[in-house]
Ligand binder design. Structure first.
Ligand code: HCA
Ligand code: CU
Length: 380
């Protein structure tokens, strides 16, 4: 799947994360970092949310970034009027279409939704701005209602329609089916927004792209409402696995770690240990069989090349699953003149010790050096 665009929503969906409070300075720092990374769009909190949100939106527009700046609004003329004043490149308009949201949230029927959408979309277009129209809770909406609505807004000439799995209930096959159907109904681009309640957000995004979607919403570390949406890093990892050259050409992948640390710090969380690419063990190889193969050729057990992301691989050796090839590699790194037989002998010793307690690399190095010294002493 090539030719997709990222709508980076750390500064919109991400602000809905429980811990998020971004100062203007922090928002600017994050916006600049994401722009350097190369995301195509930044989506910002609605200017209608608060006075500061309005001002921050203007401040980010004023940075003159390469990325297009979008803001996210309810399908309402008041919000649209306020948003166009900020100078953004486009508006992401959203309204709830499921019966849950129509009954318990805004209380409007489909006819009213189509009429309001038409008014709001025409207004945005009259200002020369890009417009996307999306239905919240798409996967629990009536399919006929949904397609009628999308068809109507496509006829108005919106740039994109969006589907949103607001509650994180969709599976990749359901996504594939809905996007494929939608692809047959509209001629505009298709954006998708998946929540991660059942850990399917990235798989769902990929399924959407495979079936005709063009734009994917992400946030750094996946922060958002509840447990969030696809993480920028995880999504990029998925797309790199699908088309490495395309992804490398489009984005500055070595910036990922810095951006994640910036956002983690800003919202007071740490980067998860098993995070794709930047998790602390993402490139650590442990079992002897893996270590041996990795040392021969990293592609044996690595689908992502750590150096493409400014990361380094690590082969863990101080444990009971270790193997003599990994030990030998360490011996060579230390420049010790030990034979294969020596390495096998030391490996047995490491396994014995590691059955009792885990060994640090330092412990292993000491063992290796001691062995070497003892050998020298014997020789004299
Ligand atoms: C919400 C809105 C949204 C909007 C997605 C979109 C969602 O906070 O409920 O604009 O496509 O998940 O539905 O984030
Ligand atoms: Cu959302």
């Amino acid at each position: 799947v090539s030719n997709f665009k990222i709508i980076e929503s750390t500064l919109r969906e991400g602000e809905q994360f429980a811990n998020a409070f971004f100062t203007t300075e922090k928002k600017i720092e994050i916006a600049k970092a994401l722009d350097e990374f190369g995301v195509e769009y930044l989506e910002l909190t609605s200017p209608a949310a608060s006075e500061q949100s309005y001002n921050d939106c203007k401040a980010i527009v004023g940075l003159g970034l390469k990325a297009k700046i979008l803001t996210h609004i309810r399908c309402h003329m008041d919000d649209a009027r306020l948003a166009v004043e900020t100078g953004v490149d486009g508006l992401d308009v959203v309204i709830g279409t499921s019966s849950y949201l129509r009954e318990f949230s805004h209380g409007k029927d489909m006819q009213y939704i189509i009429e309001t959408a038409t008014e709001v979309i025409k207004f945005i277009q009259s200002k020369g701005l890009e417009v996307r129209f999306s239905s919240e809770d798409s996967f629990r909406s009536d399919i006929v209602d949904l397609l009628n609505l999308y068809r109507a807004v496509d006829k108005l000439g919106v740039n994109r329609v969006g589907i949103a799995d607001t509650v994180g209930c969709a599976s990749p096959d359901q996504v594939a089916e809905l996007v494929r159907t939608l692809r047959g109904v509209v001629s505009c681009d298709i954006e998708c927004h998946f929540h991660n309640d059942t850990n399917c957000a990235i798989a769902n995004s990929y399924a959407a792209l495979q079936n005709g979607a063009t734009h994917v919403d992400t946030s750094v570390l996946g922060i958002g409402e509840r447990n969030g949406i696809p993480s920028l890093g995880g999504f990029v990892a998925r797309m790199y696995a699908a088309d490495k050259e395309y992804v490398k050409a489009k984005y500055d992948l070595t910036k990922l770690r810095e951006i994640e640390n910036l956002v983690a710090d800003a919202v007071g969380v740490s980067v998860p240990f098993n995070n794709p690419i930047t998790g602390y063990c993402a490139f650590t190889h442990k079992a002897g069989i893996h270590a041996k193969a990795i040392l021969n050729n990293p592609s044996t057990y690595e689908i992502l090349k750590p150096e493409d992301f400014g990361m380094t691989r690590y082969v863990a050796i101080g444990h009971r699953l270790t193997g003599w090839n990994a030990v030998k590699n360490r011996v060579e790194q230390l420049g010790l003149p030990l034979s294969d037989a020596d390495c096998k002998h030391i490996t047995a010793k490491i396994k014995n010790l590691a059955d009792i307690r885990p060994l640090s690399l330092d412990d292993v190095d000491k063992l290796l050096r001691k062995y070497d010294e003892a050998k020298l002493a014997d020789a004299h």
